[in-house]
Design a protein around this ligand. Structure first.
Ligand SMILES: NC(=O)c1ccc[n+]([C@@H]2O[C@H](COP(=O)([O-])OP(=O)(O)OC[C@H]3O[C@@H](n4cnc5c(N)ncnc54)[C@H](OP(=O)(O)O)[C@@H]3O)[C@@H](O)[C@H]2O)c1
Length: 268
């Protein structure tokens, strides 16, 4: 979490560094994570780190005390997301309510109400907890970040043939552009459900994979992996996209071209 000077309010940010870093010149901030960084590690003199673990419930009061705005981008998609995203969000909301936080800004994912996938179901539960809280709130949903998509593709890069859900439809976005769009909502008043944030174009899984393959200088065949189930069907119909909210300008190909080494190999 982060706290700040700038024309007020004081902001506290859980999780994601990219969200935390945006508008760093304007706000006194406090960043919180289970593994805090160094104070001012990004060269910004106004960042203080505190240790916070939403699953264990430790550090929440310290991270929230005296804070006007909480930006909650903490999540554990590869771990116990019920404990972190649902229970942890409730703990954070309880502290925010007790300490009269003015605004709670929550980062979520486009299409989660239409995609029955357990992580998304927990994100939806967290959204509902945010909306039901007495703390004024804003929920901003984004599409998938480029490094996340690249991290999936990086897992198949050594295979002679790439089996992938080529017919999924995704609209990935630059994480910095998504963070900028989220931070636009930091200032109270709370907006409830904010407009979605998506990348510049909807792509099929095949298009994303072929651009990735080219960026890696590889010639592997990309073959369709037929995934069963409702969640996969929802990804195929574009439930995770928001074409009318193509806010990002940086394209997938531009992002790939800007990466050193294997894109996404170290992303998560
Ligand atoms: N990735 C995507 O494609 C995508 C798309 C749309 C929306 N989102 C949402 O955007 C947010 C950030 O996503 P991301 O992919 O950037 O996530 P990320 O890189 O995995 O970062 C998640 C953050 O949560 C923190 N965290 C994990 N467990 C925690 C705990 N027990 N207590 C406190 N903090 C904890 C992590 O801290 P450490 O760094 O110390 O581990 C990390 O800073 C999430 O809410 C996610 O649902 C992500």
């Amino acid at each position: 979490m982060a706290s700040g000077e700038w024309n007020e309010p004081r902001a506290s940010t859980t999780g994601n560094d990219d969200t935390r870093a945006t508008r760093s010149d304007r706000r006194e901030r406090q960043a919180a994570s289970p593994a805090p960084g160094d104070d001012s590690a990004d060269g910004d003199s106004a960042v203080e780190w505190v240790e916070l673990d939403l699953e264990a419930g430790t550090g929440i009061r310290t991270a929230t005390d005296g804070v006007d705005v909480v930006v909650h981008a903490a999540s554990d998609p590869r771990g116990d997301h019920e404990a972190v995203d649902v229970d942890g969000t409730r703990r954070l909301l309880d502290a925010a309510a007790a300490l009269d936080v003015e605004h709670f800004l929550y980062v979520s994912i486009v299409g989660i109400d239409d995609i029955p996938y357990s992580y998304y179901e927990h994100k939806l539960e967290a959204e509902r907890a945010v909306e039901d809280s007495r703390v004024p709130s804003t929920v901003v949903r984004s599409t998938q970040f480029f490094p996340f998509v690249a991290s999936i593709l990086a897992t198949v890069r050594r295979l002679p043939v790439w089996p992938l859900p080529t017919d999924f439809r995704l609209q990935p976005v630059d994480v910095g552009e998504a963070a900028d769009a989220v931070v636009e909502h930091v200032e109270p008043p709370a907006a409830g459900r904010a407009p979605d944030v998506g990348g510049p174009a909807v792509h099929t899984g095949r298009e994303l994979a072929e651009a990735y393959r080219e960026a890696c200088g590889l010639r592997r065949p990309v073959v369709r992996l037929p995934l069963p189930g409702e969640a996969a069907a929802a990804f195929r119909t574009g439930a995770a996209t928001c074409p009318d909210r193509a806010v990002g300008t940086r394209t997938w190909r531009e992002w790939l071209d800007g990466q050193d080494g294997v894109p996404g190999a170290d992303a998560y």
